[in-house]
Design a protein around this ligand. Structure first.
Ligand code: NAD
Length: 254
């Protein structure tokens, strides 16, 4: 029997959709070990759900219903629920997989779907950047953002990073307000292919580390190693939403 769970925005409309789905989906609710996780809300709700189920991520299909602002991870509208239930009932679901960043903070591993950032908005944060243990540059900026292909349309885009096709096996570094002088030259954005390891070594104290929606309580770290993981997140696909249509709907308009 199919096991499923919900992560939803805490508003009456999202709860109503959840109750409607419970009546229509065959199977049993299992919040510990679900086969399917329905997210009801926006991209933030999807990020919360992925973070919640990270330990079991490769065995879960995420079905994402959008009740907030137009999202990049949200594939279905409340008006698609009939179609969605029909596809799930008939086992006729198609999915697409998106890679995660593997982030090792002084050896402690975690994963991110959008990005990891290291930042200090009050003072210049200085770091050394290495690619495959080879020194590339020192940075002086308000911070560094390293994003996945799907995260490229989020914070990365606001920082002047390129929007990446979601299927590209690469990740991207951008700097937050780099303070460039003749004594301090920097290069960004930089897109790295999956097999490369990026290392960030903070040279000054006092910074925040965040991963997607989570704030990571760590300071005085020696280094962060980042690669694009083999681990992926599976999303049920809605055939009418292409990468191009999502870009158009969110950023271009008519
Ligand atoms: P939020 O409530 O501050 O909203 C951020 C916006 O980003 C929302 O409209 C959301 O739909 C959108 N978004 C999230 N992931 C996206 C993606 N992959 N592609 C396109 N749009 C996306 O924050 P939230 O909803 O909790 O989302 C957290 C994300 O917000 C972070 O992962 C980060 O990417 C982003 N963020 C952006 C900025 C910025 O652009 N200046 C600053 C901080 C955080």
């Amino acid at each position: 029997m199919m096991k499923y769970s919900f992560v939803h925005r805490d508003d009456s409309y999202s709860r109503q959709i959840k109750d409607n789905l419970i009546k229509r989906i065959d199977g049993m609710i299992d919040d510990t070990n679900p086969d399917i996780v329905f997210t009801i809300g926006g991209d933030g709700t999807v990020l919360d759900a992925v973070s919640k189920y990270m330990d079991n991520i490769e065995h879960i299909l995420f079905v994402t219903i959008h009740t907030g602002n137009l999202g990049f991870y949200t594939e279905f509208l409340p008006s698609d629920i009939d179609l969605m239930c029909h596809l799930i009932k008939n086992g006729d679901t198609e999915y697409q997989s998106y890679p995660l960043l593997e982030i090792s903070i002084d050896g402690h591993k975690r994963y991110g779907l959008n990005e990891v950032t290291l930042s200090n908005t009050r003072h210049l944060l200085e770091t050394s950047i290495y690619i495959n243990d080879e020194f590339l540059m020192k940075t002086r900026s308000n911070g560094i953002c390293v994003s996945t292909p799907t995260g490229s349309t989020a914070y990365n885009k606001s920082l002047g990073g390129a929007v990446m096709d979601h299927q590209v096996e690469a990740y991207q570094l951008t700097l937050i307000a780099p303070f460039e002088t003749i004594k301090s030259r920097m290069l960004d954005p930089i897109v790295l292919s999956k097999r490369n390891k990026l290392t960030i070594k903070p040279l000054t104290g006092h910074y925040d580390i965040s991963c997607d929606r989570c704030y990571i309580e760590e300071n005085s770290i020696n280094e962060i190693d980042i690669t694009l993981s083999d681990k992926k997140v599976k999303f049920m696909k809605n055939a009418i939403h292409t990468f191009t249509s999502k870009l158009k709907d969110k950023f271009i308009g008519q």
